[in-house]
Design a binder for this molecule. Sequence first.
Ligand SMILES: NC(=O)c1ccc[n+]([C@@H]2O[C@H](COP(=O)([O-])OP(=O)(O)OC[C@H]3O[C@@H](n4cnc5c(N)ncnc54)[C@H](OP(=O)(O)O)[C@@H]3O)[C@@H](O)[C@H]2O)c1
Length: 250
Amino acid sequence: MSKREFGLIGYPLSHSFSRSYFAEKFAKEGIDDASYENHPIERIEMFPDLLQKIPGLRGLNVTIPYKEAVIPYLDALAEDAAEIGAVNTVKRYSNGELKGFNSDIYGFAETLRRFIPDSYKGGALILGTGGASKAVKYVCSKRALSILSVSRKRGEGRILYEDLHEDLLTDYQLIINTTPLGMHPKTDDFPGIPYQALTPNHYLLDLIYNPSETEFLKRGARQGSLTKNGMEMLILQAEKSWEIWNNPHC
Ligand SMILES: NC(=O)c1ccc[n+]([C@@H]2O[C@H](COP(=O)([O-])OP(=O)(O)OC[C@H]3O[C@@H](n4cnc5c(N)ncnc54)[C@H](OP(=O)(O)O)[C@@H]3O)[C@@H](O)[C@H]2O)c1
């Protein structure tokens, strides 16, 4: 039986969560007609060659640094992926056409839905303005939360860390870390926010999943704030990718 092939493109791919996640999933669920491999390509220009070499490839995840760069190679984009300009899932149809999706949006939306009550109407303070922050911003704006980004660089709709005063945290009781600060192996790092102003009414969400409790979350927990890491989002986005590849209506 020829297997349906799936995989991940990015560079480098030394510490990829996806391959071991899908290997375990296939074993646990008795899925024996599928395989999932890493494809570390040094340049996105190598993408068409990869597709040619693996005709059985049905779907790909896309990670750093190609979530935006892959878009010109695709024939179609899901509406939300087009809106944020980032793709983390590619589906290859039997006629060879490629469509891009963004399952981080679903992963984050569902994580947020489970974490904060529907009644939450405060603001969302988003730390960092990189790739992952786009999905986070998109979801927060769909939930009609007012958004303020915090960045190391000046720009529209954002403030600098040094301008983040304690009283702002009264209006922004949801704080989402989309920076890599605190990620393994630099676990002592943390974003520079006024932690002393956090209260039990604050929600701290970290996209980082390794370690499971970052210094950012620890500092929030010490103030009595509710905290959550990025593991659930990671699993939700992987499962959403699998659904996209397998659902004939996608
Ligand atoms: N749980 C999940 O499913 C999931 C999904 C996607 C990403 N993630 C995690 O989210 C994190 C960010 O990923 P990404 O793809 O968005 O990375 P990215 O594109 O590199 O962006 C990270 C942003 O963080 C800020 N930043 C970077 N270094 C910093 C530093 N030393 N001090 C302060 N700010 C810094 C920068 O924003 P400014 O330049 O504006 O300061 C940068 O744009 C990573 O830890 C990643 O593993 C998790």
